[in-house]
Design a binder for this molecule. Structure first.
Ligand SMILES: Nc1ncnc2c1ncn2[C@@H]1O[C@H](COP(=O)(O)OP(=O)(O)O)[C@@H](O)[C@H]1O
Ligand SMILES: [Mg+2]
Length: 238
């Protein structure tokens, strides 16, 4: 089969960064009409590469590419083993990364359907996830870089999102911190949900306690002090 990216400019974006099989996966998503042109790498992380692209209508979208060789195999297994949605899956490195990508897509889908503020998931294929672009012109800042008029209001808004995530989507984020929350026009958007687990997962409570601790630790520095047990109750209690 012959294959190519849609435009030679697309190559400039991915050249030297992505391996051939990832380029093919992007091409597959382009041929399905999910991705249009790629416009630039936003963030080159240890385990993923974030690329801004546009869709068929020219709206900006985010393409998150999970690295296969750099994946933290042990860590990923901890979050997948014990999640009843992934019983019986093959655990080779490639298939684990593909499952991880599928898992982030399905977590975002569930959260979105439950009305949690997350980037709307658009599609995925192999190790490539496509989702809504959170930003106005430029990307929205992470919580850690955002100027907050009222830290208390933002804290309470995050707790409301976590409650919806737990009660209505049945999920625990499990990697919550000021790095995985974006602030767009004063509204919080929770993202990076590959490791999120169902509340029935045997470590779900441990992960939730850690999420609440991370959140409180950050907001204490901004002068917001809330009793962690009460925050936990607000999320869990029906
Ligand atoms: N949908 C999105 N909209 C806007 N910015 C995003 C989006 N997804 C990721 N980003 C940006 O890319 C960074 C890394 O993405 P993230 O999903 O957290 O990957 P990692 O697993 O590498 O932490 C985020 O901190 C954020 O700045
Ligand atoms: Mg992150």
């Amino acid at each position: 089969m012959t294959w190519t990216l849609k435009d030679s400019n697309d190559w400039k974006v991915v050249e030297g960064i992505l391996d051939i099989s990832t380029v093919k996966a992007i091409y597959h998503l382009q041929s399905r009409g999910i991705i249009g042109h790629l416009s630039g790498v936003v963030k080159e992380g240890k385990e993923s590469t974030i690329v801004v692209a546009d869709d068929k209508e020219g709206n900006k979208i985010i393409v998150k590419i999970f690295k296969i060789e750099a994946s933290q195999f042990q860590k990923m297994q901890k979050y997948i083993v014990g999640d009843k949605r992934f019983v019986g899956m093959k655990l080779g490195r490639r298939s684990l990364v593909f499952e991880w990508c599928r898992k982030e897509f399905s977590n975002l889908k569930r959260a979105d359907a439950a009305g949690v503020n997350v980037p709307r998931p658009i599609g995925f294929y192999r190790n490539v996830l496509v989702m809504e672009y959170i930003g106005n012109g430029g990307l929205s800042p992470k919580l850690k870089d955002a100027q907050l008029e009222s830290p208390l209001k933002v804290f309470n808004a995050i707790v409301r999102e976590l409650r919806k995530l737990y009660q209505d989507a049945g999920l625990v984020h499990a990697d919550l911190s000021e790095f995985n929350i974006l602030v767009k026009d004063g509204v919080v958007v929770i993202h990076d949900m590959g490791q999120s687990v169902e509340k029935s997962h045997q470590l779900a409570h441990e992960f939730l306690v850690r999420d609440v601790n991370n959140l409180c630790r950050y907001f204490e520095k901004l002068g917001v002090c809330r009793d962690k047990e009460k925050v936990l109750d607000e999320i869990i209690k029906t």
